[in-house]
Each structure stands twice: as structure tokens, then as C-alpha cells.
Design a protein around this ligand. Structure first.
Ligand SMILES: [Mg+2]
Length: 334
């Protein structure tokens, strides 16, 4: 197994739970499975996965890639497991002569996956203008980050978006910023502008609180909470209408697909999003989304967050959807 370190500058700084970062650092992983080469990407994100140092140590310690992902050796190191498992999947899909989304069990011919735009904090006018540009570009869904301002200020922003974009699917992401009382008021207030769901309204620990917020027209989506508790607890407690599946944080495209399939069996929606990864991992996330029939708009339009990339983008965004790569494996060799 070959492990090669990279650092990709971001086009603008990224705010994470663990602070602001200027670049995405990680590892390209190359494996040989029965004579076929496969490539994966391990790009840890502070606050969401193991650290860069732990990821590297885990990767350098892998004796055989297939055994490593079939056993529990990479448990607790989701980015490392993502890199190794994507490389193995790439090799196997390539050997089988089909694109990864079909190798994962997806439909035989899937050309496009709808994506959402993400709009950060700003004034009501700035937020509506950014959402309007996304809709003009063809995006069917817009996710607005909330929680940095008061609830009433965020509500003004969402109403302004709805006025500017009457038909868009509108989502909000609070990243756990609201307390229970604010969330209860928020769910009532966000019904008139027809917000489809709020991602992570409360802190990740509070599954019961999320369960209590459900039942109205505004759905509950879990992102950080899914990672903290796992899909079985989310299903058992009835804490979500939607789960946000991030392959890098969940331990790989295969692991994230198991979560998404389990969620759907239980009647939840699943959407796939990247963690602002390089082109190899982004392609893997696109294949995962493409393997899920009728998946809703996914957070896969993140390539523009990087000022330099590992490879040419094989899943470009156009008119509100990404192209699904149709070549063998995950992404063509360089
Ligand atoms: Mg989120």
C-alpha cells in the first residue's frame, strides 16, 4: 500500500467545530488488489474525524488493505478507513469493468445527482442574493447556515430567501447552536417560509430533544448527531426525519452506504455530503449518492471550495446537479 501526503489550499477559509482552517491536508492511498490498482483518499477534518497524525499512523500501520477494512483495525479512524476502503472499492469496480456506483449496487444507468447550494451567514439581503444566484444557476435546493444570529434575525434571512426564491427547497443548518426553547420557537417560525428541514438544531448529544421537535411540517435532520450515536440509536429513538451521510466521517463510502440503506429501510431520508474533500473522495461521495435510487439533493457541490485539487473534477456541477462518472472504478487513473 502506498501512502502519499497532500495539502490542498482552500479558496476561502473553512469554519469547523475545531476552528478555522486554510487548507485540507490528507493522504492519497494506492492499493493493489489481485493485480488491479485502486486509489483512495483520506482527508481528516478536525472535529469530525481523527487527527491528521492519527490518520497517518493508522495508514502506515495497515498490513493488508482488504484485511484492514474487513476487520476492526481502523475503527475510530474514519478518514483512514475511508481512504483504504475507497482504494479497495476502486480496484474491485475497475476489475469488474464498471463504475463504482453500479459496483455498490446502484441502478444500471444513473447520469446525474441533484445537489444543494450552501449559503453561509450574512444579512437578509446578502443571504437572499446568494440563494437567488444559486437558483439562477439551477440549484433545486439551498441550505442556509443559521445559529450565528438570533432566531428572529435568522428568520428574517429565511423569509427573504423564500421571497426571492419561491420554489426552491429550503433547508437550514444550525450545527447544534440552538437550545431547546429556541429550537421549539424556531420550528414553529420556520413553517410559514416552508423550510423543509433543519439540520442539527440541538447539540449532538440530545437525541430525545430532536425526537420531540419532530411531527410538524419542518423536519429534523441529524448530521453531528448521527456520527455521535450511530444510525441504530437514531432509528430507535425516532430522532430524525433525515440523516446526513458524510463518507469521510462515517468511515468510508461502503460504511456510509450501509447507514443510508438502513435509514431508508426505517423510513428516513438520507442525503450524502462531502467534508470539503479532494476530487478522489468527492467522486466517491457522488458514486455513493448515485447508488441510492431517487436520492434528494446532496451536498456534493463543494469542489469550488478548493483552490487546487488532486485531479481534474470528474463530477462537475451543472444546472443544479453533478455528472455521475461513467468510467471504470471511482475515478480514472491520472
Ligand atoms: Mg451539517
Amino acid at each position: 500500500m502506498n501512502v502519499e501526503r497532500f495539502a490542498l489550499p482552500l479558496s476561502r477559509p473553512l469554519e469547523t467545530a475545531a476552528g478555522v482552517i486554510e487548507e485540507r491536508e490528507g493522504f492519497l492511498v494506492e492499493v493493489d488488489v489481485d493485480g488491479t490498482t485502486g486509489v483512495g483518499e483520506a482527508t481528516p477534518l478536525p472535529g469530525w474525524t481523527e487527527s491528521l497524525a492519527d490518520c497517518e499512523a493508522a495508514l502506515r500501520d495497515v498490513p493488508g488493505p482488504v484485511a484492514a477494512i474487513e476487520g476492526d483495525r481502523l475503527d475510530g479512524r474514519p478518514a483512514a478507513r475511508h481512504g483504504v476502503s475507497l482504494a479497495v472499492l476502486d480496484a474491485r469496480a475497475r476489475a469488474a469493468g464498471r463504475p463504482l456506483y453500479r459496483h455498490l449496487g446502484g441502478p444500471t444507468d444513473r447520469r446525474r445527482v441533484p445537489v444543494n447550494a450552501t449559503v453561509g451567514d450574512g444579512t437578509p439581503a446578502e443571504t437572499a442574493a446568494a440563494a437567488g444566484r444559486a437558483v439562477d444557476d439551477g440549484y433545486p435546493a439551498v441550505k442556509v447556515k443559521v445559529g450565528a444570529r438570533s432566531l428572529s434575525a435568522d428568520l428574517e434571512r429565511l423569509v427573504a430567501v423564500r421571497e426571492r426564491c419561491p420554489d426552491v427547497e429550503l433547508r437550514a443548518d444550525a450545527n447544534g447552536a440552538w437550545d431547546t426553547a429556541t429550537a421549539e420557537r424556531g420550528f414553529d417560525a420556520l413553517a410559514p417560509p416552508d423550510v423543509a428541514f433543519v439540520e442539527q438544531p440541538l447539540v449532538a448529544a440530545n437525541l430525545a430533544g430532536h425526537a420531540d421537535l419532530r411531527g410538524g411540517s419542518v423536519g429534523v435532520a441529524l448530521d453531528e448527531g448521527l456520527l455521535e450515536h450511530g444510525i441504530e440509536s437514531v432509528v430507535e429513538t425516532g430522532a430524525a426525519d433525515v440523516v446526513v451521510c458524510k463518507p469521510m466521517a462515517l468511515g468510508g463510502v461502503d460504511a456510509a452506504r450501509r447507514v443510508a440503506v438502513r435509514a431508508r429501510e426505517a423510513g428516513l431520508e438520507a442525503v450524502v455530503t462531502t467534508t470539503i474533500d479532494g476530487a478522489v473522495a468527492r467522486a466517491g461521495a457522488v458514486h455513493l449518492a448515485a447508488s441510492l435510487p431517487d436520492v434528494g439533493a446532496c451536498g456534493l457541490a463543494t469542489g469550488d471550495r478548493l483552490a487546487a485539487d488532486l485531479r481534474p473534477d470528474v463530477a462537475p456541477v451543472e444546472d443544479g446537479s453533478v455528472a455521475v462518472p461513467q468510467g471504470k472504478g471511482n475515478i480514472p487513473p491520472p
